[in-house]
Each structure stands twice: as structure tokens, then as C-alpha cells.
Write a protein that binds this ligand. Structure first.
Ligand code: GLU
Length: 277
């Protein structure tokens, strides 16, 4: 069994991260497996260098250990590029020149809070002709690569996956929409990087918060398209504050650092987070 904890070094870990890390660590330990640590740092616009060490320090304080040297996604650009090219060869991607503003103006769909795009992309660039594409490129427009969900579904047929809490789930192409697989600004996306790395690190169990459940529809599709094994999943419940609100950046007081400095012990943290199991 190989599990992983994959934080983004964009801020201090809070109780929600501690639960994700604890589940990955404990599951591996109880099964004689290993937990890996991977820094999801592709979004260079948000990464801050001090958080790599801070995260390792917080985990060590909790007694959570990992195998080997932590991976950094910034070192993995070639692997993401190769995967992107494979998907392009399959004909399941198309370039999208739309800006966020244009998409927001063209759709009245409600905002989504599920780790996917803010809105389901209405497919504006899906059927651009070759000459239209060339025109946009000549004009200097930048583009992202989107998954053509309908084409991908046709190619893959029905797909399902297993989740420890939710059992067997069928992939719903409607959940996917034409998600961005490679962003304009960084040339990759969370979805592509996480699938490529989980496969490259032979991760057998993906444990993470249930806010990422809908992203799993994308990941299962990408695994099939890229021909890599599908791991098992455990989407755990989210740690909430006293008002029942999900923890976020505004809960600075519940960062592990602040709790440690305030005299809270690691045992108390573990006791508190495991009530959310
Ligand atoms: N990097 C994500 C986070 O910090 C975790 C993604 C995952 O576990 O797949 O929430």
C-alpha cells in the first residue's frame, strides 16, 4: 500500500490538512505500507518558499513521517508535457482562447465550489476551425488546453471507481464539463499533474477531502486515457469550525503553527481531527 499527502505550499497547514495527512499516514502504517509527501507547487503564482519547510516541520511535530525525499511538482514539467502530448494525440483536447471574464459573461451557471472550474465551460472554443485557431494565435491570444468531455467519454466508455466511504461510483461526464487540462499561465493543471504523479509514484490509495470528490471524475477519465492504473479512493469528511463552517484561510487560529504556539499538544490535535473520521 502506498498513500500520499499532497499539500500546496501556499500557506500554513490547518486542522483540515492535519486530518488528510493523518489518514494517509495511519492507513499506510496499519497496512505495512508507506506514505509519501508531495508538494503540489505548480501554481507558482501562489507558492511561497517558506512553506515547504514549515509543512515538514508541522508534520514532524504531529509525529507524521514519510518515505523518501518529498517530490516537488515543479521538477516534473517534462512528465506533464509528455502526458499532455499523449492526450493531444488521442484527439481529446482542444485549445481554448477564452478569458475568465468572457466565460463569466457567457454563462449564468451558478458558481461551483467543488474543486472544478467556477462554472461549467459552455464549449465556446470546442468547434473552432483550423483557420480560426490560426487567426487567434497570430493575434497573440494565449490558450489553455481543455478536455473534450464528450469525445473522451466516447473513447473510454462507462467508468467507475471505488471509494472507502461512498462505495462504487459511476463516472458522470456531466460532472466533468470541458475542464482545463493545461492552464494558459503555467502549462499544466492540478488534474493532469495529480494523475501523472500518483501513477508515477505507484500510489495505491488516494486519501483527500470530500471537496475534491467531483475532481475524481476527471482523474478517473484521465487515468483511463493515459493508460495508468486507477488507485482506490478515500474522500474524508471536512473539518469544520464550531459554527459548522469548513476551515479556510480565515481560520488562522486553527493553523497547526498557531495551535502549537498556543500550547496545544499533538495528541490533542489528533484527538480533535479524528472525531471527523
Ligand atoms: N493539493 C491539494 C490540497 O492541498 C490536495 C490534492 C489531492 O490530494 O489530490 O488540498
Amino acid at each position: 500500500m502506498i498513500t500520499r499527502f499532497a499539500p500546496s505550499p501556499t500557506g500554513d497547514l490547518h486542522l483540515g490538512h492535519a486530518l488528510a495527512a493523518w489518514i494517509a499516514f495511519d492507513l499506510a502504517k496499519r497496512n505495512g505500507g508507506e506514505m509519501l509527501l508531495r508538494f503540489e507547487d505548480i501554481d507558482v503564482t501562489r507558492v511561497r518558499s517558506e512553506f515547504y519547510d514549515a509543512i515538514e516541520e508541522d508534520l514532524s511535530w504531529l509525529g507524521i513521517t514519510w518515505s523518501g525525499v518529498p517530490w516537488r511538482q515543479l521538477d516534473r514539467t517534462d512528465a506533464y508535457q509528455a502526458a499532455l502530448e499523449k492526450l493531444q494525440t488521442l484527439g481529446v483536447l482542444y485549445p481554448c482562447f477564452c478569458t475568465r471574464k468572457e466565460i463569466a459573461m457567457m454563462t449564468s451557471a451558478p458558481q461551483r465550489d467543488d474543486g472544478l472550474e467556477g462554472v461549467l465551460y459552455p464549449g465556446i472554443c470546442r468547434n473552432l476551425t483550423e483557420s480560426e485557431k490560426q487567426q487567434r494565435i497570430k493575434r497573440g491570444d494565449r490558450w489553455s488546453w481543455r478536455l473534450d468531455a464528450a469525445k473522451a467519454t466516447q473513447l473510454c466508455g462507462p467508468l467507475s471507481w471505488h471509494d472507502h466511504r461512498f462505495g462504487e461510483s459511476m463516472l458522470d461526464p456531466q460532472m466533468l464539463g470541458d475542464v482545463v487540462i493545461a492552464r494558459k499561465d503555467i502549462g499544466v493543471s492540478y488534474h493532469l499533474a495529480v494523475v501523472v504523479d500518483d501513477a508515477a509514484q505507484n500510489v495505491t490509495w488516494v486519501t483527500r477531502g470530500e471537496d475534491l470528490l467531483s475532481s475524481t471524475h476527471v482523474h478517473v477519465m484521465l487515468q483511463k486515457l493515459l493508460g495508468v492504473p486507477q488507485p482506490r479512493y478515500w474522500h474524508h469528511s471536512l473539518v469544520c469550525d464550531e459554527q459548522g463552517k469548513r476551515l479556510a484561510k480565515r481560520h488562522d487560529a486553527l493553523s497547526l503553527r498557531a495551535m502549537r504556539e498556543g500550547g496545544v499538544s499533538p495528541i490533542e490535535v489528533i484527538e480533535r481531527i479524528t472525531t471527523f473520521l
